[in-house]
Design a protein around this ligand. Sequence first.
Ligand code: ATP
Ligand code: MG
Length: 636
Amino acid sequence: MPSATFAKPHTGTVTLWSGTLIPTAREAPSDAESPSHILLSRAGYIRKLGAGIYDYLPLGWRVLRKVSQIVREEMDAAGATELLLPALIPTELYAGTRRDVDYGDLLFKLTDRKGGTYALGPTHEEPITELVKGSVTSYKQLPINLYQIQTKYRDEARPRSGLLRGREFIMKDAYSFHTAVDGPGGLGETYDKMHQAYSNVFKRCGLDFTPVEAEAGPIGGSASHEFMVNAESGEDTILKCPATGYAANVEKCEIGPRNAPSKGYFAGDPSGALDEVHTPGCPGIEDVAKFTKVKPQNMLKSVLFHVKSTPEQLEKFGEEYILAVVRGDHDVNEGKVRDAAGVGGIELADPAKAAAVGFAIGFISPRAARNADGSAKKGVLLLVDRDVALSYDDAANKPRFWMTGGNKKDYHVKHFNWQRDLGTDPLNATPHKPDTHPAAGLRSTDNFIIVADVRNALAGDPSPRAAGTALVTGRGIEVGHIFKLGTKYSDAMGFKILNAQQQSQSVIMGCYGIGVSRAMAASVEQNHDADGIIWPVGIAPYHVIIQTLKPEHIPTAKDLAARLGAAGIDVLIDDRDERPGVKFKDADLLGIPVRLVLGDKALAENAVEFKARNSKDKPVNIPTEQIVDHVVTALT
Ligand code: ATP
Ligand code: MG
């Protein structure tokens, strides 16, 4: 009687090139610039259908399935379970979270025949929260961690580099639900497990990566890490401390201590009058530098932010602003500004509104934080980066002057000195404690000036973790991102449960994403040479390519493939009737780890020609009866 077996031993796949679709090409598509875009297109893994929209051809789909399988195994092992949610999301679901507004143009929106509106899911916090909210009512049902592998849609402003930034792409997204952050079953525990699972996934995918501390971004929450594939072509800048392994993205990276308070601060009286300079049509630092021949390092860049307040805060405190001041050649870091000020959210100030309260955007000086009589302007906090918080230059033993805005359109001033012209040396100002600061109550305190780390870190900056060590930079491709979300979505969607004390409480969430299709492309960015792709074994579409040089060798190739297949090895047989040169070039382009060639000479010796794609060694003849063992050894 035939019986279905409970578990089948893994057998490798054997595919004939002539029976599948592998359209290799000599030329890359004209818009392809990055190695992965060029090579995946030329080698017949992907094909563009529209901007940021790609066909996954049989080879490409095999790689994606292998990446997905690794993701599944590691997620399952970490206690998560798989489900699948719709990609089509009714807009009503965004009523509480306002994601349709927050995501802006990134969201693909559509309307059905009855006028109902929908979005194509860019990520799935709302649908998953809706699902779990409808099924979980008690702490006894938590924690739970659910994931899916699904096509996502984002109308990226600049889809680029093939699969690296698509408008339709494959993501693994997981969401966990908890009653507590700490302790057994808490968010922290699951977050740590996910961190480990992500490291396992990317290791098994053969990627060289760095987990970095990251900002929570538009999803919000309190902690997050990004997993960055180290690649020069990456869009993201990573900073690392070589001494401690601390790594962070540029949005998040802290900078170690800079500029101790000046010793000579009281010693000198600045001479050199505050000179007004007419700088017509020069709101930007670069323009002013060119026009006045003052180096950007000697300028102050003042950026005005508006504090986002709740209606209650607005009623209590009125509109509030933060003026962040960094060196002309530095960039203000919005997250650092927000955190240093101790407020919930900020945005760049609207120029018209700012003008009404006395700020000439493009020409602002720190003096704009003072009233004409020298008192602090209500509702304005001045945040000064450490690198510019200098009134006195100890080394040169003279006052430190800066070029800054003239506080009116088309004017700048030279010889600004903090102590003389603001009446306060920033480094000697009373320290500000954000935690004692009412949420948006900047005006309720007279320490209107704070010195803090409010700029983006750069290579060479002091490490925040090891004194005397400088940060180094690298480029990366974000392939994974894990967040501690907190109660952002559960609160917005009214998801509460009864806790052990029978009290109703908000559910605490985490979310965890992996760019499956981006990881495939990132692997090619890292693993290629002038001839083509060099797949890591774990995600190669096939482990072995067997090439026949004559049609009469095809049966031998099939026999050999069957033996390899029985050992769990995936084999592509290049049975095309092509010149050897063409076949060898294609094999290099495809990047399959092992190439076996059946030629007359080797076969006469009862051997097969073996070559590893990742080695420069010449092909060697291996006796046919040893070939399976030889390949297995080469692949492990
Ligand atoms: P990015 O900053 O690159 O736009 P993101 O931070 O907006 O990405 P997440 O919301 O964190 O992306 O999504 C989880 C993962 O999905 C990312 O870590 C990335 O690997 C992948 N991903 C995001 N956007 C794209 C895209 N347009 N194409 C391919 N993969 C993407
Ligand atoms: Mg991200």
